[in-house]
Design a protein around this ligand. Structure first.
Ligand SMILES: [Zn+2]
Length: 233
């Protein structure tokens, strides 16, 4: 009886920790920004895993033409490869965030390796763009208590997302556009990919091609885009 009860408590605790490890907006391991206020019809665009030679420049062009400020979570190793693209992101006044040095799944790693992933990316991004990131997003959202500690040491806010559309599976630009239109909700942080976490030159041209339609649909539905920076204050 007692053993069963103890096992039950253990399972419940393990369940809570698993939720914290895998759910991008779970607060089990500390504060996470998972959405903006639901009170206004706003959306926050974010792009992960860049910079990338197939998509970042085109995404930046669209955002500039449409006067939308977004957040970019950069992989340190890709910044080292494409520093000029990283500079262009920062020069356009988008929020530039840390997405680890090697895009590793952090939840099963120990404190030293996690600290190194965050600090190396912090160094690579700061050196390339001339300013320090102040936001962190974990690859796949996977975290553990050491991730929170490492992010806090660097003075970061941890950012999750409200919805993604699996654009990295390359379902076609029109399908990416349709998924964003269907899922949009007031205050949502939208997760898109201008890069590939594992292949520095992975093809993200579909996301770039979808973006003008994504912005048009949202505006037609009465949404306005606000900078991610507004949620970090
Ligand atoms: Zn990623």
């Amino acid at each position: 009886m007692i053993a069963a009860a103890v096992a039950g408590i253990g399972a419940a605790a393990a369940g809570t920790l698993a939720l914290g490890a895998y759910a991008p907006n779970s607060r089990v391991f500390g504060d996470v920004i998972g959405r903006g206020p639901r009170s206004s019809r706003t959306l926050y665009l974010t792009f992960d895993d860049g910079p990338n030679p197939t998509a970042t420049a085109s995404v930046l062009e669209t955002l500039a033409r449409e006067r939308v400020a977004a957040g970019f979570f950069l992989v340190g190793e890709h910044v080292r490869r494409y520093p000029e693209l990283a500079r262009q992101v920062a020069a356009a006044a988008h929020e530039v965030g840390n997405h680890t040095q090697h895009h590793v799944k952090l939840h099963l790693l120990g404190p030293r390796r996690i600290r190194r992933e965050l600090e190396d990316a912090h160094g690579a991004i700061s050196a390339a763009v001339g300013r320090s990131p102040r936001a962190f997003r974990a690859p796949h959202g996977y975290r553990n208590p050491f991730v929170t500690a490492a992010a806090r040491r660097l003075g970061y806010r941890v950012v999750g997302w409200t919805f993604g559309v699996w654009d990295s599976d390359r379902p076609g630009a029109e399908e990416i556009r349709r998924r964003v239109r269907v899922k949009a909700s007031p205050g949502a942080i939208v997760l898109l990919h201008d890069g590939d976490g594992y292949d520095p030159a992975g093809d993200r041209s579909q996301t770039a091609a979808a973006l003008p339609g994504v912005i048009r649909d949202a505006r037609d539905a009465g949404y306005s885009f606000r900078p991610l920076a507004e949620l970090l204050a």
